[in-house]
Design a protein around this ligand. Structure first.
Ligand code: NAD
Length: 283
C-alpha cells in the first residue's frame, strides 16, 4: 500500500474514484510552497523575498503602485532580478503532476495560482485554464493603461539580471510602452491594488469554486484574501478539500474540520505525483 493510499480514508477513496470516473471537476489552488522545491523562496520563509529586498528598500515598500510611481527604475531592477531567479528555476514533480492532471481532465480542471513565477505554464498547464491571480513576472503591461494589453517581457532585457542593478539607458527603452511611451509595469498585483477579472481572473476563480467537486490546496499559508474566499466557498459547499502543505495552516484546519477533508503534511513534490496517479487511476 502506498503512502497516499494509507493516508486517504476509505470514504474519501470512494469519493475520489466516483468523482474522477463520474465526470467531476477539480479545482487546484497553489501558493509559493509548490515552487519551494524548484529553489524559489516562499513568501514568508526565512529567505522570502519580502525579507531580502533590494539595496535600499524593504520589499513591502517596493511591491506597491505608489512606490512604482515614484521610482519605476528601482522597482524594475528588483522585479527583473526576481524574474531571473524564476527563469533559472525548473518546474518540479508537483508542477508536472498538476500539468498531467489537466491533460487527463481537460475542461474539468482549473488551476488558480498565487505564484508569479510562471512555472505552472512551463510545466504544461494551459494559459486558458490557469488563473494567475497575482500575475506573472514573464509579462508586462502599460502603467498608463493605454490599452496596449499584456505583453511578454522584452527579450532584450535578458534573463540574468543581477541583484541591485537599476535599468538605465538602452534597458530603460525596453521598458517603455511602444504604443504611448509610458513606463511598462510588471504584470503583478501590488499590495495597494485590488483583484479584477481583466488581469487576474477574480470572477472566473470564484465561479470555479461554485462548480468544483474537489478542491486541492497546495503550498499556501492562507494569508491572502482570494484564496481564503476560495477555501471558504469549498467548505460551504461541502466538497472534499485536500490540503498538501509543509506546515499546518488555516486551510489545513478547515480541511480537517470538514467531512471529506484531508491534510497531507509534507513536501508537494512528494505528495502530488502519487496523489494525481491515485486520482487518475484509483487502485
Ligand atoms: P507563503 O510563503 O505565505 O506560504 C507558503 C506555504 O508553503 C507555507 O505554509 C509553507 O509551509 C508551505 N511550504 C513550503 N515549502 C513547501 C513544500 N515544499 N511543499 C508544500 N508546502 C510547502 O506563500 P503564499 O501563501 O503563496 O503567499 C502568497 C504570496 O506569495 C503571493 O502573493 C505570491 O504572489 C507570493 N510569492 C510567490 C512566489 C512564487 O511565485 N513562487 C514566491 C514568493 C512569494
Amino acid at each position: 500500500m502506498s503512502m497516499t493510499q494509507a493516508v486517504i480514508s476509505e470514504n474519501l477513496r470512494q469519493t475520489l474514484s466516483r468523482l474522477i470516473t463520474g465526470g467531476g471537476r477539480v479545482l487546484a489552488l497553489t501558493g509559493a510552497g509548490i515552487s519551494a522545491e524548484s529553489g524559489i523562496p516562499t513568501f514568508r520563509g526565512p529567505e522570502g523575498y519580502w525579507r531580502v529586498g533590494s539595496r535600499n528598500y524593504r520589499p513591502e515598500e517596493l511591491a506597491t503602485f505608489a512606490a512604482f510611481s515614484q521610482m519605476p527604475d528601482e522597482i524594475w531592477g528588483w522585479y527583473l532580478h526576481r524574474r531571473s531567479l524564476c527563469y533559472g528555476a525548473q518546474p518540479n514533480s508537483a508542477h508536472l503532476a498538476l500539468a498531467h492532471l489537466e491533460r487527463e481532465l481537460a475542461e474539468r480542471f482549473v488551476l488558480v495560482t498565487q505564484n508569479v513565477d510562471g512555472l505552472h505554464l512551463r510545466a504544461g498547464n494551459s494559459r486558458e485554464r490557469s488563473y494567475e491571480i497575482h500575475g506573472n513576472l514573464d509579462f508586462t503591461r502599460c502603467s498608463a493603461e493605454c490599452g496596449a494589453g499584456i505583453r511578454s517581457l522584452p527579450a532584450g532585457l535578458g534573463t540574468d539580471w543581477p541583484k541591485d542593478l537599476i535599468p538605465t539607458g538602452a534597458d530603460q527603452k525596453y521598458l517603455c510602452c511602444r504604443d504611448c511611451g509610458a513606463w511598462l509595469r510588471p504584470h503583478v498585483l501590488w499590495f495597494d491594488e485590488c483583484y479584477d477579472e481583466e488581469h487576474y481572473r477574480w470572477q472566473s476563480s470564484m465561479a470555479a469554486v461554485e462548480t468544483a467537486d474537489l478542491l486541492l490546496v497546495i503550498g499556501t499559508s492562507g494569508a491572502t484574501n482570494l484564496p481564503m474566499q476560495i477555501v471558504q466557498g469549498a467548505s460551504r459547499r461541502k466538497i472534499p478539500i485536500l490540503v498538501v502543505n509543509a506546515d499546518p495552516s488555516p486551510f489545513a484546519a478547515i480541511a480537517e474540520a470538514s467531512e471529506f477533508g484531508v491534510f497531507l503534511q509534507g513536501p508537494a513534490g512528494t505528495w502530488l505525483p502519487p496523489l494525481v496517479e491515485f486520482m487518475i487511476a484509483p487502485p
